[in-house]
Design a protein around this ligand. Structure first.
Ligand code: URA
Length: 270
C-alpha cells in the first residue's frame, strides 16, 4: 500500500496537541468546556476514556470521540482514489465482517472518508473517496451525473447492432437507459490494451466492450449487457468523471492531485 505523503508539514509541526485544545479547535466546546467533558469521562481517544487533562493527541493517528461520536479537526477536505479489487464490498463497515473498501484506505487518518457511489463486489476499478459531502452530492446528482467508463468482458460475440443498441438505450425493468458511448475495445490503443489486462483476454467467441454511461442504476452495466444476451464475466471501471485510474495498481490508493481536485470542482461549479 502506498504511504500517504505528508501534505501538512505546517500542521504536523503543531502536533501532538493537548486534547482540550484539539476539542476546542474542532469546535466541540471552549477549552474550559472541553476539560469539563473530559473530566466527566465523555471523551475517548482510540476507544479509551481520556479524563486526564495533560493528555496529548496526534490528529493524524488518534481517533477522538465525544459521547461516541468521532470529532474531526476542520481543515481541508480529503480526496483520494482507490483501485478497488475484486471481492471487496463498497461499504465502510459490514455486519458480517466481510472485506470492505474501508480496510484499504486511510480511515484512521481521515475518519470522515466515504465512497462516492459504489462498485459491485466483483467489479474492479476507480472508486473516489472524499470527506467533501457537497462535491459527492453534486457528482451523484442525476441532473449532472458524470460519465463513468466501464470495460466489460462478456460472454458471446457482441455485434455492431448491439453496440448501437447500447448507445441508443436499453429497456430495463426500471426504465430505458440514457444514451451511452459504446465501442469494442481497441487493442491498438495503448491505454485500452492496459484495460484489457484488467478484465482478462476473452475466450474464443467472447467479446470486450467499452461503455461510457451517465447514470448510476443498480448493476446497470451488467443488466444492459445481459439484456442483449451477453452476461458480464469481468467488469472494470477505469474512469469516473474527470478522473482516470492510470497505472494505479489493484488494491492501492492515492490522494488526488490539486489539478484533479480543481477539475472536479469545475465540473460541479464548486
Ligand atoms: N454497473 C454494474 O453492473 N456494476 C458495477 O459495479 C458498476 C456499474
Amino acid at each position: 500500500m502506498p504511504q500517504p505523503q505528508d501534505t501538512s508539514t505546517k500542521e504536523a509541526q503543531l502536533f501532538p496537541l493537548r486534547l482540550q485544545k484539539f476539542l476546542a479547535r474542532a469546535g466541540v466546546a471552549s477549552r474550559r468546556g472541553s476539560e469539563d467533558l473530559m473530566s466527566a469521562g465523555r471523551v475517548t481517544v482510540n476507544g479509551e476514556i481520556a479524563n486526564e487533562l495533560g493528555r496529548k493527541v496526534d490528529p493524524s493517528s488518534d481517533i477522538v470521540a465525544v459521547d461516541g461520536k468521532v470529532v474531526h479537526l476542520g481543515g481541508q477536505p480529503v480526496y483520494l482514489m482507490l483501485h478497488k479489487p475484486k471481492g471487496v464490498l463498497t461499504t465502510m463497515s459490514d455486519p458480517f465482517s466481510r472485506p470492505t473498501v474501508a480496510q484499504l484506505i486511510p480511515v484512521q487518518e481521515h475518519p470522515g472518508l466515504f465512497p462516492v457511489g459504489r462498485l459491485d463486489q466483483d467489479t474492479t476499478g476507480l472508486l473516489l473517496f472524499t470527506t467533501d459531502g457537497d462535491l459527492a452530492q453534486e457528482l451523484l446528482h442525476p441532473r449532472c451525473e458524470k460519465e463513468k467508463v466501464y470495460v466489460a468482458r462478456v460472454e458471446g460475440a457482441v455485434s455492431g447492432k448491439d453496440i448501437k443498441a447500447l448507445e441508443h438505450g436499453i429497456e430495463l425493468e426500471d426504465g430505458r437507459t440514457a444514451p451511452a458511448h459504446a465501442h469494442f475495445l481497441q487493442q491498438s490503443d495503448a491505454q485500452e490494451k492496459r484495460w484489457l489486462q484488467q478484465v482478462g483476454e476473452p475466450r474464443e467467441g467472447d467479446s470486450v466492450v467499452v461503455l461510457g454511461i451517465h447514470e448510476g442504476k443498480k448493476h446497470q452495466v451488467k443488466r444492459m449487457l445481459a439484456a442483449l444476451g451477453h452476461p458480464v464475466l469481468a467488469l472494470f471501471r477505469p474512469r469516473f468523471a474527470t478522473l482516470d485510474i492510470g497505472d494505479l495498481s489493484e488494491g492501492s490508493w492515492r490522494y488526488l492531485t490539486e489539478d484533479e481536485i480543481a477539475a472536479l470542482g469545475k465540473l460541479t461549479n464548486k
